[in-house]
Design a protein around this ligand. Structure first.
Ligand code: ADP
Ligand code: MG
Length: 329
Protein backbone atom coordinates (compact mmCIF):
# COMPACT_ATOMS: atom_id res chain seq x y z
CA UNK A 1 0.00 0.00 0.00
CA UNK A 2 1.29 3.48 -0.87
CA UNK A 3 1.91 5.26 2.42
CA UNK A 4 1.10 8.92 2.94
CA UNK A 5 3.55 11.01 4.96
CA UNK A 6 2.56 10.58 8.58
CA UNK A 7 1.79 13.70 10.62
CA UNK A 8 3.11 13.45 14.17
CA UNK A 9 -0.21 14.37 15.70
CA UNK A 10 -3.81 14.66 14.64
CA UNK A 11 -5.65 16.79 17.19
CA UNK A 12 -4.65 15.48 20.62
CA UNK A 13 -3.82 12.01 19.24
CA UNK A 14 -0.38 10.67 18.38
CA UNK A 15 -0.22 9.03 14.97
CA UNK A 16 1.04 5.42 14.77
CA UNK A 17 0.48 4.21 11.23
CA UNK A 18 -1.38 4.69 7.95
CA UNK A 19 -3.77 1.73 7.70
CA UNK A 20 -5.66 2.69 4.59
CA UNK A 21 -5.71 5.09 1.70
CA UNK A 22 -8.98 5.23 -0.10
CA UNK A 23 -11.19 7.26 -2.33
CA UNK A 24 -11.73 10.07 0.14
CA UNK A 25 -8.58 10.18 2.20
CA UNK A 26 -6.21 8.41 4.51
CA UNK A 27 -7.03 6.22 7.48
CA UNK A 28 -4.66 6.78 10.41
CA UNK A 29 -4.21 4.53 13.40
CA UNK A 30 -3.73 6.81 16.42
CA UNK A 31 -3.32 6.65 20.17
CA UNK A 32 -5.40 8.73 22.57
CA UNK A 33 -3.12 9.35 25.58
CA UNK A 34 -5.94 10.68 27.79
CA UNK A 35 -7.83 7.37 27.64
CA UNK A 36 -4.85 5.22 26.70
CA UNK A 37 -6.64 3.60 23.81
CA UNK A 38 -6.17 3.24 20.08
CA UNK A 39 -8.53 4.89 17.64
CA UNK A 40 -8.76 5.57 13.93
CA UNK A 41 -8.92 8.94 12.18
CA UNK A 42 -10.22 9.11 8.61
CA UNK A 43 -8.89 12.28 7.08
CA UNK A 44 -9.84 14.07 3.88
CA UNK A 45 -6.82 14.39 1.59
CA UNK A 46 -5.36 17.84 1.05
CA UNK A 47 -5.56 17.46 -2.73
CA UNK A 48 -9.30 16.96 -2.47
CA UNK A 49 -9.92 20.33 -0.87
CA UNK A 50 -12.24 22.44 -2.93
CA UNK A 51 -14.26 19.44 -4.13
CA UNK A 52 -17.53 20.50 -2.57
CA UNK A 53 -19.33 17.27 -3.35
CA UNK A 54 -16.67 15.10 -1.74
CA UNK A 55 -16.78 17.24 1.38
CA UNK A 56 -20.55 16.78 1.31
CA UNK A 57 -20.06 13.00 1.05
CA UNK A 58 -17.64 13.05 3.98
CA UNK A 59 -20.09 15.13 6.05
CA UNK A 60 -22.81 12.67 5.14
CA UNK A 61 -20.77 9.71 6.40
CA UNK A 62 -20.24 11.49 9.70
CA UNK A 63 -23.90 12.34 10.19
CA UNK A 64 -25.06 8.85 9.29
CA UNK A 65 -22.54 7.17 11.59
CA UNK A 66 -23.41 9.57 14.41
CA UNK A 67 -27.04 8.49 14.15
CA UNK A 68 -26.11 4.86 14.70
CA UNK A 69 -25.23 2.94 17.79
CA UNK A 70 -24.82 -0.74 17.10
CA UNK A 71 -22.20 -3.35 17.91
CA UNK A 72 -22.00 -4.40 14.24
CA UNK A 73 -21.42 -0.83 12.96
CA UNK A 74 -18.20 1.12 13.46
CA UNK A 75 -18.70 3.71 16.17
CA UNK A 76 -17.92 7.36 15.49
CA UNK A 77 -16.19 9.44 18.21
CA UNK A 78 -15.74 12.94 16.79
CA UNK A 79 -15.51 15.23 13.77
CA UNK A 80 -13.51 18.41 13.40
CA UNK A 81 -11.66 20.63 10.96
CA UNK A 82 -7.93 21.14 11.46
CA UNK A 83 -5.52 23.06 9.23
CA UNK A 84 -8.05 22.91 6.44
CA UNK A 85 -8.46 19.13 6.74
CA UNK A 86 -11.59 17.25 7.77
CA UNK A 87 -11.07 14.58 10.41
CA UNK A 88 -13.42 11.82 11.51
CA UNK A 89 -12.34 9.84 14.56
CA UNK A 90 -13.82 6.44 15.26
CA UNK A 91 -13.45 3.13 17.03
CA UNK A 92 -10.35 1.13 16.03
CA UNK A 93 -11.47 -2.26 14.79
CA UNK A 94 -8.61 -4.57 15.64
CA UNK A 95 -9.14 -7.19 12.97
CA UNK A 96 -9.14 -7.93 9.26
CA UNK A 97 -11.35 -6.71 6.46
CA UNK A 98 -13.46 -9.46 4.91
CA UNK A 99 -11.45 -8.85 1.70
CA UNK A 100 -8.24 -9.78 3.52
CA UNK A 101 -9.87 -12.88 5.02
CA UNK A 102 -11.28 -13.99 1.65
CA UNK A 103 -7.90 -13.49 0.00
CA UNK A 104 -6.25 -15.66 2.64
CA UNK A 105 -8.86 -18.38 2.94
CA UNK A 106 -11.42 -18.99 0.26
CA UNK A 107 -13.01 -21.92 2.04
CA UNK A 108 -15.30 -20.56 4.72
CA UNK A 109 -17.15 -23.31 6.60
CA UNK A 110 -20.90 -22.55 6.39
CA UNK A 111 -21.11 -21.68 10.12
CA UNK A 112 -18.42 -18.96 9.66
CA UNK A 113 -20.29 -17.47 6.69
CA UNK A 114 -23.55 -17.64 8.69
CA UNK A 115 -21.98 -15.91 11.67
CA UNK A 116 -20.60 -13.01 9.58
CA UNK A 117 -23.85 -12.76 7.63
CA UNK A 118 -25.74 -12.65 10.94
CA UNK A 119 -23.70 -9.64 12.15
CA UNK A 120 -24.01 -7.70 8.90
CA UNK A 121 -27.75 -8.40 8.57
CA UNK A 122 -28.17 -7.03 12.10
CA UNK A 123 -26.21 -3.92 11.04
CA UNK A 124 -28.45 -3.56 7.97
CA UNK A 125 -31.66 -3.87 9.99
CA UNK A 126 -30.36 -1.00 12.17
CA UNK A 127 -29.35 1.02 9.09
CA UNK A 128 -32.56 0.48 7.12
CA UNK A 129 -34.77 1.18 10.13
CA UNK A 130 -33.17 4.64 10.16
CA UNK A 131 -34.05 5.04 6.46
CA UNK A 132 -30.45 4.84 5.27
CA UNK A 133 -29.30 2.67 2.37
CA UNK A 134 -25.61 1.78 2.53
CA UNK A 135 -25.17 1.32 -1.28
CA UNK A 136 -21.55 0.21 -1.09
CA UNK A 137 -21.57 -3.18 0.61
CA UNK A 138 -18.43 -5.08 -0.35
CA UNK A 139 -15.84 -7.17 1.51
CA UNK A 140 -13.45 -4.22 2.04
CA UNK A 141 -16.24 -2.33 3.84
CA UNK A 142 -16.79 -5.16 6.31
CA UNK A 143 -14.33 -6.01 9.08
CA UNK A 144 -14.18 -8.94 11.48
CA UNK A 145 -12.38 -8.06 14.70
CA UNK A 146 -10.10 -10.56 16.39
CA UNK A 147 -12.70 -11.06 19.12
CA UNK A 148 -15.04 -12.46 16.45
CA UNK A 149 -17.48 -9.60 15.73
CA UNK A 150 -18.35 -8.52 12.19
CA UNK A 151 -18.60 -4.74 11.65
CA UNK A 152 -19.96 -2.64 8.82
CA UNK A 153 -18.07 0.54 7.87
CA UNK A 154 -17.67 3.18 5.17
CA UNK A 155 -21.00 4.97 4.97
CA UNK A 156 -19.55 7.46 2.44
CA UNK A 157 -22.10 6.88 -0.32
CA UNK A 158 -25.11 6.21 1.81
CA UNK A 159 -28.47 7.43 0.55
CA UNK A 160 -30.91 9.03 2.95
CA UNK A 161 -34.53 8.58 1.87
CA UNK A 162 -34.90 10.73 -1.24
CA UNK A 163 -31.72 12.75 -0.92
CA UNK A 164 -29.07 11.82 -3.40
CA UNK A 165 -25.46 12.94 -3.68
CA UNK A 166 -23.83 12.40 -7.01
CA UNK A 167 -20.22 13.06 -7.69
CA UNK A 168 -19.37 13.75 -11.32
CA UNK A 169 -17.19 11.00 -12.80
CA UNK A 170 -17.64 8.73 -9.78
CA UNK A 171 -19.55 5.46 -9.79
CA UNK A 172 -21.64 5.15 -6.67
CA UNK A 173 -20.89 1.71 -5.26
CA UNK A 174 -18.44 -0.84 -6.60
CA UNK A 175 -19.34 -2.45 -9.92
CA UNK A 176 -18.79 -6.06 -8.81
CA UNK A 177 -21.14 -5.72 -5.82
CA UNK A 178 -23.88 -3.66 -7.46
CA UNK A 179 -27.48 -4.77 -7.68
CA UNK A 180 -29.16 -5.02 -11.11
CA UNK A 181 -31.14 -1.83 -10.42
CA UNK A 182 -27.91 0.00 -9.48
CA UNK A 183 -26.32 -1.20 -12.74
CA UNK A 184 -29.35 0.08 -14.66
CA UNK A 185 -29.07 3.45 -12.87
CA UNK A 186 -32.56 3.09 -11.39
CA UNK A 187 -33.58 4.23 -7.94
CA UNK A 188 -31.83 2.31 -5.21
CA UNK A 189 -33.61 1.11 -2.09
CA UNK A 190 -32.69 -1.15 0.83
CA UNK A 191 -33.35 -4.15 -1.48
CA UNK A 192 -30.15 -3.21 -3.25
CA UNK A 193 -28.11 -3.70 -0.06
CA UNK A 194 -29.68 -7.17 0.27
CA UNK A 195 -28.49 -8.11 -3.23
CA UNK A 196 -24.92 -6.89 -2.52
CA UNK A 197 -24.88 -8.85 0.73
CA UNK A 198 -26.15 -11.89 -1.21
CA UNK A 199 -23.06 -11.61 -3.46
CA UNK A 200 -20.83 -11.44 -0.37
CA UNK A 201 -22.62 -14.42 1.21
CA UNK A 202 -22.14 -16.47 -1.97
CA UNK A 203 -18.46 -15.49 -2.14
CA UNK A 204 -17.92 -16.62 1.47
CA UNK A 205 -19.71 -19.94 0.89
CA UNK A 206 -18.43 -20.81 -2.58
CA UNK A 207 -14.98 -19.23 -2.38
CA UNK A 208 -15.59 -17.30 -5.60
CA UNK A 209 -17.48 -14.25 -6.77
CA UNK A 210 -20.72 -15.31 -8.52
CA UNK A 211 -20.57 -12.70 -11.32
CA UNK A 212 -17.05 -11.28 -11.57
CA UNK A 213 -15.09 -11.56 -14.80
CA UNK A 214 -12.07 -9.79 -16.26
CA UNK A 215 -13.97 -6.67 -17.33
CA UNK A 216 -16.53 -4.45 -15.62
CA UNK A 217 -18.83 -4.83 -18.68
CA UNK A 218 -18.92 -8.64 -18.45
CA UNK A 219 -19.36 -8.47 -14.67
CA UNK A 220 -22.31 -6.09 -14.84
CA UNK A 221 -23.83 -8.17 -17.67
CA UNK A 222 -23.65 -11.21 -15.39
CA UNK A 223 -25.22 -9.24 -12.53
CA UNK A 224 -28.14 -8.47 -14.85
CA UNK A 225 -28.61 -11.92 -16.34
CA UNK A 226 -26.71 -14.81 -14.71
CA UNK A 227 -28.95 -16.92 -12.47
CA UNK A 228 -27.51 -18.70 -9.43
CA UNK A 229 -28.65 -22.33 -9.00
CA UNK A 230 -28.56 -24.58 -5.89
CA UNK A 231 -25.90 -26.68 -7.67
CA UNK A 232 -23.54 -23.64 -7.76
CA UNK A 233 -22.90 -24.04 -4.01
CA UNK A 234 -20.42 -26.49 -2.46
CA UNK A 235 -21.89 -29.70 -1.10
CA UNK A 236 -21.55 -28.79 2.59
CA UNK A 237 -23.89 -25.77 2.28
CA UNK A 238 -27.31 -26.69 3.72
CA UNK A 239 -30.22 -26.42 1.21
CA UNK A 240 -32.00 -23.86 3.43
CA UNK A 241 -28.92 -21.58 3.29
CA UNK A 242 -28.67 -21.97 -0.51
CA UNK A 243 -32.35 -20.97 -0.71
CA UNK A 244 -31.80 -17.82 1.39
CA UNK A 245 -28.76 -16.65 -0.62
CA UNK A 246 -30.56 -17.30 -3.91
CA UNK A 247 -33.53 -15.27 -2.66
CA UNK A 248 -31.17 -12.43 -1.74
CA UNK A 249 -29.81 -12.61 -5.31
CA UNK A 250 -33.17 -12.39 -7.11
CA UNK A 251 -32.75 -10.00 -10.05
CA UNK A 252 -36.08 -8.22 -9.50
CA UNK A 253 -36.20 -6.25 -6.22
CA UNK A 254 -39.88 -7.25 -5.80
CA UNK A 255 -38.96 -10.96 -5.91
CA UNK A 256 -35.95 -10.58 -3.63
CA UNK A 257 -35.93 -11.48 0.08
CA UNK A 258 -38.24 -8.79 1.40
CA UNK A 259 -36.09 -7.04 4.01
CA UNK A 260 -32.93 -7.46 6.06
CA UNK A 261 -35.19 -8.39 8.97
CA UNK A 262 -36.88 -11.16 6.92
CA UNK A 263 -33.42 -12.52 5.97
CA UNK A 264 -32.39 -12.41 9.62
CA UNK A 265 -35.46 -14.41 10.67
CA UNK A 266 -34.75 -17.00 7.97
CA UNK A 267 -31.08 -17.17 8.97
CA UNK A 268 -32.15 -17.59 12.58
CA UNK A 269 -34.00 -20.81 11.73
CA UNK A 270 -31.11 -22.00 9.50
CA UNK A 271 -28.75 -21.47 12.47
CA UNK A 272 -31.12 -23.00 15.01
CA UNK A 273 -28.79 -25.96 15.61
CA UNK A 274 -25.82 -23.66 16.34
CA UNK A 275 -24.93 -21.96 19.62
CA UNK A 276 -26.32 -18.39 19.69
CA UNK A 277 -23.01 -16.79 20.65
CA UNK A 278 -20.50 -17.50 17.89
CA UNK A 279 -17.91 -14.76 18.46
CA UNK A 280 -15.56 -17.04 20.40
CA UNK A 281 -15.43 -19.84 17.75
CA UNK A 282 -15.25 -17.16 15.01
CA UNK A 283 -12.30 -15.55 16.77
CA UNK A 284 -10.51 -18.95 16.96
CA UNK A 285 -11.24 -19.62 13.30
CA UNK A 286 -9.85 -16.19 12.27
CA UNK A 287 -6.71 -16.86 14.33
CA UNK A 288 -6.21 -20.15 12.47
CA UNK A 289 -6.60 -18.34 9.12
CA UNK A 290 -4.02 -15.69 10.11
CA UNK A 291 -1.52 -18.22 11.37
CA UNK A 292 -2.27 -20.68 8.56
CA UNK A 293 -3.07 -23.38 11.08
CA UNK A 294 -5.71 -26.10 10.70
CA UNK A 295 -9.24 -24.90 11.42
CA UNK A 296 -10.56 -25.50 14.95
CA UNK A 297 -13.45 -27.92 15.39
CA UNK A 298 -16.71 -26.40 14.16
CA UNK A 299 -19.42 -25.62 16.71
CA UNK A 300 -22.03 -28.35 16.82
CA UNK A 301 -24.69 -27.87 14.17
CA UNK A 302 -27.52 -30.03 15.40
CA UNK A 303 -29.58 -31.36 12.52
CA UNK A 304 -33.21 -30.65 13.29
CA UNK A 305 -35.63 -33.20 11.86
CA UNK A 306 -38.02 -32.01 9.16
CA UNK A 307 -41.72 -31.85 10.22
CA UNK A 308 -42.55 -34.98 8.14
CA UNK A 309 -39.99 -36.99 10.12
CA UNK A 310 -41.66 -35.91 13.38
CA UNK A 311 -45.02 -36.99 11.94
CA UNK A 312 -43.59 -40.41 10.99
CA UNK A 313 -42.09 -40.84 14.49
CA UNK A 314 -45.40 -39.87 16.16
CA UNK A 315 -47.32 -42.28 13.89
CA UNK A 316 -44.81 -45.06 14.68
CA UNK A 317 -45.17 -44.50 18.44
CA UNK A 318 -48.96 -44.44 18.06
CA UNK A 319 -48.95 -47.75 16.14
CA UNK A 320 -46.69 -49.50 18.65
CA UNK A 321 -48.79 -48.22 21.57
CA UNK A 322 -51.97 -49.40 19.79
CA UNK A 323 -50.50 -52.88 19.20
CA UNK A 324 -49.36 -53.16 22.84
CA UNK A 325 -52.84 -52.12 23.98
CA UNK A 326 -54.51 -54.70 21.70
CA UNK A 327 -52.09 -57.43 22.94
CA UNK A 328 -52.86 -56.57 26.60
CA UNK A 329 -56.61 -56.46 26.11
N1 ADP B 1 -12.31 1.96 12.19
C1 ADP B 1 -11.41 1.22 11.53
N2 ADP B 1 -10.61 0.35 12.20
C2 ADP B 1 -9.70 -0.40 11.54
N3 ADP B 1 -9.48 -0.34 10.21
C3 ADP B 1 -10.24 0.51 9.47
C4 ADP B 1 -11.23 1.33 10.09
N4 ADP B 1 -11.82 2.07 9.14
C5 ADP B 1 -11.23 1.72 7.98
N5 ADP B 1 -10.28 0.80 8.16
C6 ADP B 1 -9.43 0.17 7.12
O1 ADP B 1 -9.29 1.08 6.04
C7 ADP B 1 -9.92 0.56 4.85
C8 ADP B 1 -10.65 1.69 4.10
O2 ADP B 1 -11.62 2.27 4.94
P1 ADP B 1 -13.00 2.85 4.38
O3 ADP B 1 -13.75 3.50 5.50
O4 ADP B 1 -13.69 1.76 3.64
O5 ADP B 1 -12.50 4.02 3.41
P2 ADP B 1 -12.66 4.31 1.85
O6 ADP B 1 -13.71 5.35 1.74
O7 ADP B 1 -11.34 4.79 1.47
O8 ADP B 1 -13.05 3.01 1.16
C9 ADP B 1 -10.85 -0.56 5.34
O9 ADP B 1 -11.04 -1.58 4.35
C10 ADP B 1 -10.11 -1.08 6.55
O10 ADP B 1 -9.11 -2.01 6.15
MG1 MG C 1 -14.31 1.51 1.68
Amino acid sequence: MKKAKAPEKIGPYSVQDCIGEGSMGEIWLCHDPSLDRMLVVKRMQLALRGYEDLVQRFNREVQVLAAMNHQNIVQVYGYWMEKGLLNLSMEFINGWSLRQILDKSNTFPPWVACSILWGILNALVHTHTRKFVHRDLKPSNIMVDFAGTAKLLDFGVVRIEDQEITIPGTIIGSAAYMSPEQVRGESVTEHSDIFSLGIIAFEMLAGRHPFKEDSAEKTTRNILSREIYPSDFPEDVPPSLRRLVRRMLAKEPSRRANSAYACLKELDSIMSGLPRELSHPLSSWLRSVRKEMPFPAAPRWKKSLPPLAWLAIATGIGLVAGMVLIAVV
